[in-house]
Design a protein around this ligand. Structure first.
Ligand SMILES: Nc1nc2c(ncn2[C@@H]2O[C@H](COP(=O)(O)OP(=O)(O)OP(=O)(O)O)[C@@H](O)[C@H]2O)c(=O)[nH]1
Ligand SMILES: [Mg+2]
Ligand SMILES: [Zn+2]
Length: 287
């Protein structure tokens, strides 16, 4: 029997199959081979003589993210908040790069628009307009939700982003019902409650959505310098336009990317993120 892992907690994997949800153990073989089943994995399950369900085989993945650990993500919805917390562009760009590297489509979703003015909208469009589809939404007022729902129809999409930006809130609004508890800020301690601790795959309203725990940092992992250029759509589109084929777009003569930055066709913050990541990749290569 095959199914999809919708949740993994305390060594158990919850596998949705045609005949319902099964609580499964992973076979020892995975641990031995250093393979960890992930939420989103399509798997083959079996049953021991005692009736314990086990994950026997992980079917081929289209992609795999380590943080958050999810597999088979068609669309990565990068959720940021207009404020509370303020957007962190470098972190957003870093995560967009990992999504690009995994071959997932990227959608930018700016939540909590009820708390912000037009300046946030304009800043975001300056940085990401023409690079990624941007949705300006509010989980509180419902602004922009219909359009986001349309964009996510029929795809398996992950809601990812820093803690407190409203991923679980958006999941519930999109699904039209309370699927996963969202945070509430305790007035007494000013600390958040109901922060999401586990990745889970939810189905409803024509969508399959992963809700994931918030991330605070991200390690791009191993990557080659030329791969990085390809993970910035606005740099990728200039591929072949620089004088040198192996141009890294830092200080080379006749660099099409540097010209585009100068002429304002590439946002300065995006280019800064590119240079910062390039620096990290180069420092890793020394070892
Ligand atoms: N004003 C406003 N508040 C919102 C909106 N969306 C969510 N919130 C609030 O933001 C806080 C965090 O929301 P969550 O949905 O739990 O955020 P999360 O991204 O799931 O957080 P983690 O699970 O910790 O990663 C809660 O207090 C929500 O009520 C919004 O559109 N506007
Ligand atoms: Mg959450
Ligand atoms: Zn160049």
């Amino acid at each position: 029997m095959t199914g999809v892992i919708v949740k993994g907690i305390g060594g158990f994997y919850y596998v949705e199959t045609d005949d319902g949800l099964h609580e499964c153990r992973a076979r020892g073989i995975f641990r031995k081979n250093n393979i960890t089943p992930a939420v989103g994995d399509r798997v083959r399950i079996g049953f021991s003589p005692e009736g314990q369900a086990t994950v026997d085989e992980i079917l081929p993945r289209t992609n795999m993210f380590r943080r958050p650990p999810v597999a088979n993500v068609e669309t990565m919805v990068l959720v940021i908040a207009a404020r509370d917390p303020l957007p962190n562009c470098y972190l957003t760009d870093l995560f967009a790069v990992t999504a690009e590297l995994a071959g997932a489509a990227v959608i930018l979703c700016v939540n909590k628009m009820d708390l912000a003015g037009e300046d946030v909208r304009n800043d975001m469009i300056d940085m990401y307009g023409g690079v990624y589809p941007i949705h300006f939404v509010s989980g509180k007022t419902g602004e922009g939700i219909d359009r986001l729902e349309q964009a996510l129809q029929g795809t398996q999409a992950a809601l990812a982003g820093p803690s407190g930006v409203g991923k679980s809130t958006l999941l519930n609004v999109l699904m039209g019902e309370e699927k996963n508890p969202a945070g509430t800020i305790s007035e007494k301690t000013a600390r958040g409650r109901h922060t999401t601790r586990h990745t889970e795959l939810f189905t409803g309203n024509g969508m399959k959505l992963f809700d994931t725990p918030g991330f605070t940092s991200y390690d791009p992992g191993e990557m080659e310098e030329d791969e990085l250029s390809r993970c910035f759509p606005e740099i990728r589109s200039l591929e072949g336009s620089c004088r040198f084929q192996d141009c890294r777009h830092v200080s080379e003569p006749d660099c099409a990317v540097l010209s585009a930055v100068e002429e304002g066709r590439i946002a300065p913050s995006r280019y800064r993120s590119y240079k910062e990541m390039l620096k990290i990749i180069r420092s890793q290569e020394k070892y």
